[in-house]
Ligand binder design. Structure first.
Ligand code: GLU
Length: 441
C-alpha cells in the first residue's frame, strides 16, 4: 500500500491510501532516560538512587465510559503517572490530547520531579492525561469526561498526596470541575480543607492570582536573566513562538511589554510571519475565535521550514514535544532557545544546538513558573490566604532566578550544556534526600 510522509510540524504521520494515519514519533520516555543517563554518568550519581529515579512509582491506566450528548456511550483511556514523591506530594498537570499515551505521560511525570527539585519546592512529580481531541467534543461532554475521570481516579489524587493542574488543552474551568467532583466524593466534614487537591483553579474557586500567566511569566524571567548575562537588550529583541496557547500567548504579551518584537508564530493549524511585528493581544483574540493562527489577516502565511528559518534573537517553543530535531535544529537562526514547552528538543536536536552554539534555557528550568505558582496556590489554600499579584510575581521571580543561578553555576563548573546542568542540580538534591533518609525497611 502506498504511503507518503507528511510533516505537519507537530507529529509526523504516515498517510496511506486508505486514510489510516499512524503516528510516528520517537518514544519520549527514551529521551528522558538518555538525558538522565548523561547527567547521572557525569556527576557520578549513586547507583542505588539511580535505580530508584529511573523508575516511575505508580502507573495508573483507567478505561472509563462517558455518555455523549446523543445518548451513546464512548470509552476513554486516561492515565495518572506518579514518578517520585521523596520531596513531597506528587504534582503535575493533566493533558487532553490525542498523542497522550503511557510513555508520554511517564516522561512528563519524570520531568515534573526534576522541575520541583530544581526550583526547590516541596513537591514530587506526576502527570495525567486523557487520549482524545477535546476540540471534537461539546462543553457538556468535556465536563462529563473530566468528572468521570476524576471520579475514577478516586483517592489516587488528594490535597496532600497528588495534586493535578492544567496542561495542554486543560484550563481553570476543567480544574473547577475536577475540584467539584473530588469534593463531592469525600466526607462533608473534610471538604473545606481540601480545595488544594488541584491548582490552576479559577480565582473565585480558590485559584491564585498570577497562576494563569505563571508559566509564561517564568519563561520571561529566565530570558531576562539570560539577557543580563549576555549584555543583551530585550527592548529591541525579536522572537518567534511555536504554539499560541496559554504559554505562547503569555510569553508574547510579556515580551512585547518589554519592547521585543514578535516576528513569527506557528501552531498546529499553520505558520505566519510579519517582519513589522505581530500584536500578541490581537493574535490571541484571533486564535480564540478561529482556533489557530491560520489565515490571520495581519501576517503572511509561511511553511514549517520557513518558520524555523526566520532570523530572530529568541525562539520560544511552547507547544508539543520533539519539535527541535536533527531535521529542524539546523534551520534555526536564533541566539537562544527558551523552552516553554515540555520536551520540545530531542536528543539529536540538543546536539545540533550545542554544535551551533545556540544557547538553551531547558524546559525543567524555563517553564517551571507554572508549578512554582501552583505551589503558591496550594499554600494559600492551606493557610486560607489570598496573596496580591505583586507578592506572587515577586516570589516567583525569586524562586526561578535562584534556580537559574544554580544551573548557570553548575554549567560553568562542569563546562557542560545547560540541560545536563539542570539535571545535575535536580539529581543532586534528590540524591541528598535519599542518602539522608535511606530506604525503608
Ligand atoms: N502542566 C504544568 C507543567 O508542566 C504545570 C504543572 C503544575 O502546576 O502542577 O509544569
Amino acid at each position: 500500500m502506498a504511503s507518503k510522509e507528511v510533516s505537519t510540524g507537530y507529529i509526523k504521520k504516515k498517510v496511506s491510501e486508505d486514510k489510516l494515519m499512524v503516528q510516528e514519533r520517537p518514544n519520549l520516555y527514551d529521551n528522558v532516560n538518555k538525558q538522565f543517563t548523561k547527567a547521572a554518568d557525569l556527576m557520578g550519581l549513586d547507583a542505588n538512587v539511580r535505580k530508584i529515579l529511573q523508575t516511575t512509582s505508580n502507573e495508573i491506566t483507567i478505561h472509563f465510559p462517558v455518555k455523549m450528548d446523543d445518548g451513546q456511550i464512548e470509552m476513554f483511556t486516561g492515565y495518572r503517572i506518579q514518578h517520585n514523591d521523596v520531596l513531597g506530594p506528587y504534582k503535575g498537570g493533566l493533558r487532553y490530547h490525542p498523542s497522550v499515551d503511557i510513555d508520554e505521560v511517564k516522561a512528563l511525570a519524570t520531568w515534573m520531579t526534576w522541575k520541583g527539585a530544581i526550583v526547590d519546592i516541596p513537591f514530587g512529580g506526576a502527570k495525567g492525561g486523557i487520549a482524545f481531541d477535546p476540540s471534537k467534543y461539546t462543553n457538556n461532554e468535556l465536563e462529563r469526561i473530566t468528572r468521570r475521570f476524576t471520579f475514577a481516579l478516586g483517592n489516587n489524587i488528594g490535597p496532600e498526596y497528588d495534586i493535578p493542574a492544567p496542561d495542554i488543552n486543560t484550563n481553570a474551568q476543567i480544574m473547577a470541575w475536577l475540584l467539584d467532583t473530588y469534593l463531592s466524593t469525600i466526607p462533608p466534614h473534610v471538604r473545606q480543607s481540601c480545595t488544594h487537591v488541584v491548582t490552576g483553579k479559577p480565582i473565585e474557586s480558590g485559584g491564585s492570582i498570577g497562576r494563569e500567566k505563571a508559566t509564561g511569566q517564568g519563561v520571561v524571567f529566565t530570558i531576562e536573566e539570560w539577557a543580563k548575562d549576555n549584555n543583551f537588550n530585550l527592548s529591541d529583541a525579536t522572537y518567534i513562538v511555536q504554539g499560541f496557547g496559554n504559554v505562547g500567548s503569555w510569553v508574547s504579551r510579556i515580551l512585547n511589554s518589554h519592547g521585543s518584537k514578535l516576528l513569527a508564530v506557528e501552531d498546529v493549524t499553520g505558520a505566519i510571519l510579519n517582519y513589522e511585528g505581530i500584536d500578541p493581544d490581537d493574535l490571541a483574540s484571533y486564535v480564540n475565535e478561529h482556533r489557530g493562527v491560520k489565515d490571520y489577516p495581519k501576517a503572511k502565511p509561511i511553511n514549517h521550514e520557513t518558520f524555523f528559518q526566520t532570523t530572530a534573537d529568541i525562539f520560544i517553543p511552547a507547544a508539543m514535544e520533539n519539535q527541535i530535531t536533527a531535521e529542524t535544529a539546523p534551520w534555526l537562526n536564533v541566539k537562544l532557545v527558551a523552552e516553554g514547552a515540555n520536551g520540545p528538543t530531542d536528543i539529536d536536536g540538543d546536539k545540533v544546538l550545542e554544535e551551533r552554539r545556540i544557547d538553551l534555557i531547558p524546559d525543567i528550568l524555563c517553564n517551571s513558573g507554572g508549578v512554582i505558582v501552583s505551589y503558591f496556590e496550594w499554600l494559600q489554600n492551606k493557610r486560607s490566604e489570598f496573596w496580591e499579584l505583586e507578592e506572587v510575581d515577586t516570589k516567583l521571580r525569586k524562586k526561578i532566578i535562584n534556580a537559574y543561578a544554580k544551573v548557570r553555576k553548575t554549567a560553568n563548573e562542569y563546562d557542560i550544556d545547560w540541560r545536563t546542568a539542570a539535571y545535575i542540580v535536580a539529581l543532586s538534591r534528590l540524591e541528598k534526600v535519599y542518602k539522608e533518609r535511606g530506604i525503608f525497611p
